[in-house]
Design a protein around this ligand. Structure first.
Ligand code: DQA
Length: 154
């Protein structure tokens, strides 16, 4: 990283996360995705990072977005929603990506149904943050900021 240009972190959200706020608030919290985006923007500013925040209900579109992240972003935060537990295509796209990946889930997957205990995404992620609802995204930004700082100092 040089001079005044700040690194961009892509934050990618999968299916049904557009419904946050009204979707099972006892499980996912009452914050909307727009509110989570606003806290991420605010927090990223303090870390000297830019964010690109997006959501898709479509697996193929998510694969395209991950492929495009190869250029122009320094790291990826992903909540792949239900595709976490099903998508080898998203795993393969993440494995092809050179930038560091941090996995986020609002709910604590390990307190839920056993089909949510396995994540394909985890195989390509530096780590996973789950159970802290919307705050998980902000924690993931801190984790990525540290990873990028260590990389730049190496
Ligand atoms: C989720 C957990 C997934 O199991 C679920 O399908 C989601 C949301 C979470 O953020 O807790 O859609 O990724």
């Amino acid at each position: 990283m040089t001079g005044t240009m700040s690194a961009t972190i892509l934050i990618l959200n999968g299916p049904n996360l557009n419904l946050l706020g009204s979707r099972e608030p006892d499980v996912y919290g009452s914050e909307t995705l727009a509110e989570i985006e606003a806290s991420c923007r605010d927090h990223a500013k303090g870390l000297g990072l830019e964010i690109d925040f997006c959501q898709s209900n479509d697996e193929g579109e998510m694969v395209n977005i991950i492929q495009e992240a190869q250029t122009g972003c320094a790291g990826l935060i992903i909540n792949a929603g239900a595709f976490t537990h099903t998508s080898v295509a998203i795993l393969d796209a993440l494995l092809a990506l050179e930038q560091p990946v941090v996995e986020v889930h609002l709910s604590n997957l390990f307190q839920r149904e056993s089909f949510r205990h396995h994540s394909f995404v985890s195989q390509a992620a530096r780590g996973m943050i789950c159970g802290f609802r919307g705050q998980g995204y902000v924690l993931a930004l801190d984790a990525l900021a540290r990873i990028l700082k260590d990389k730049n100092e190496a």
